[in-house]
Design a protein around this ligand. Sequence first.
Ligand SMILES: [Ca+2]
Length: 194
Amino acid sequence: MSSLLPPAALALLLSASLAAGNLLENPGFEQNASRWDFFVPESARDHGNTFVVVPVEGVGGGAAARLTSTVISRCGLAQKNIPVAGWTRYRVTFWFKADKGVEYKNGPIVRLNFRSAGDESDTDYYVGLGGHTASDYKEVKRPNWLPTAWEKVEAVVESPLNAKALSLCFFSWGMNGSVYFDDLSVEAVPPASR
Ligand SMILES: [Ca+2]
């Protein structure tokens, strides 16, 4: 018994899935922590930061990621070295909520780091609540409050001309308490919709 597709059809499916759609793997934490790196900066190593996947609190009821700090701190969830094209617009999306009473200096921030071929330096974008985007995290607008129900955040950024790889980190940035992320996404914006 064989339900396998012929190789040509499989290749077509694979190229179609690479060309469009979400570039992140396990974007909704339904495969637990698979593919996600928990990043804690050196300066935050003793802040009691934790990452767990909670099974029932996600957008629409599935799993979600919970990041917890015990003081104002920074930590995040990363996927690295995703192949990308140059001079292309990418839409980054995430859903976020916080426990009531979370203390914060910054908020949820996703950092997109584009690496370029050759001697070009890296290009970073920082996206916060409301889709506020800046090239420095200090310039991302501090939110007036943190949502305690799921809120969708999205922004579109353009890759540098020579971009070849993208690394993303979804941060709890300058927060004390538990916050949640789910349904994370980065996808190329089709040129037709420019
Ligand atoms: Ca989920």
